[in-house]
Design a protein around this ligand. Structure first.
Ligand code: CA
Length: 231
């Protein structure tokens, strides 16, 4: 069973390393760390983490902005977020939760307490393993995709896809409402064929969208990040 992925966004490297060490030692999670707000947005798209631990005081883009942006985008709106804040006044705490965070921890915090909050948030969210189960049939308002029978239909009319387009759609649907970067799509759908440029992902997504007609708009472009299938 793979442990849940946690992204720690914290510019103080000592703290980030301590959190990583604590969560990984206890087997609660596998942890990636980044030190800037803008990197956090990219990392969320790359890693599709099960939880983000987000410091509010960050260079380039503040933690509040990161939180707001993640919540605004449908693909990342449901990722659990625990905010780390140095501020202690009541209004700031309320603000942390207003931003859409699931929980907050005030600095200085005990690592044991943080680990307990992480477990609680991940538990509330449900098992990542169950979530990763492959849906064999997707039924949307217009699109019905039976990945077992390799049969795709939009508004009742069958749609012919190439193998590549089919795999692209399947991977997008499996990860619906999450952002998938071009690199991830490339790696998953094209495997290790080198020489394939990330731009060709755009071309294939464009064709897939066109073939899906009215259902094509479910594949959203997330500017600067990649693509997301919106359920
Ligand atoms: Ca900080």
């Amino acid at each position: 069973m793979t442990p849940p992925r946690v992204l720690v966004v914290e510019d103080e490297q000592d703290i980030a390393a301590l959190i990583k060490h604590t969560l990984e030692r206890s087997g609660d999670a596998s942890v990636n760390t980044v030190g800037r707000g803008d990197e956090a947005l990219r990392a969320v798209a790359e890693l599709s983490p099960d939880l983000v631990i987000l410091d509010l005081n960050l260079p380039v883009l503040s933690g509040s902005d990161v939180c707001r942006l993640l919540r605004q985008r449908p693909a990342t709106a449901n990722i659990p977020i625990i905010v780390l804040t140095a501020r202690t006044s009541e209004s700031d705490r309320v603000q942390g939760l207003d931003l859409g965070a699931d929980d907050y921890v005030t600095k200085p915090f005990s690592l044991r307490e943080l680990a307990a909050r992480v477990r609680a948030v991940l538990r509330r969210r449900g098992s990542p393993v169950a979530e990763a189960a492959r849906p064999q049939i997707y039924r949307g308002a217009r699109l019905i995709a039976d990945f077992d029978a390799i049969s795709i239909a939009v508004d009742g009319a069958p749609v012919r896809l190439t193998r590549r387009e089919f795999e692209l759609l399947q991977f997008l649907v499996e990860n619906k409402n999450r952002v998938l970067s071009r690199d991830r799509l490339l790696e998953r759908v094209w495997g290790y064929e080198r020489f394939v440029e990330t731009r060709s992902v755009d071309v294939h997504v464009g064709r897939l969208r066109a073939k899906l007609g009215a259902a094509g708009q479910q594949i959203e472009t997330v500017v600067g990040l990649g693509y997301s299938f919106i359920d």
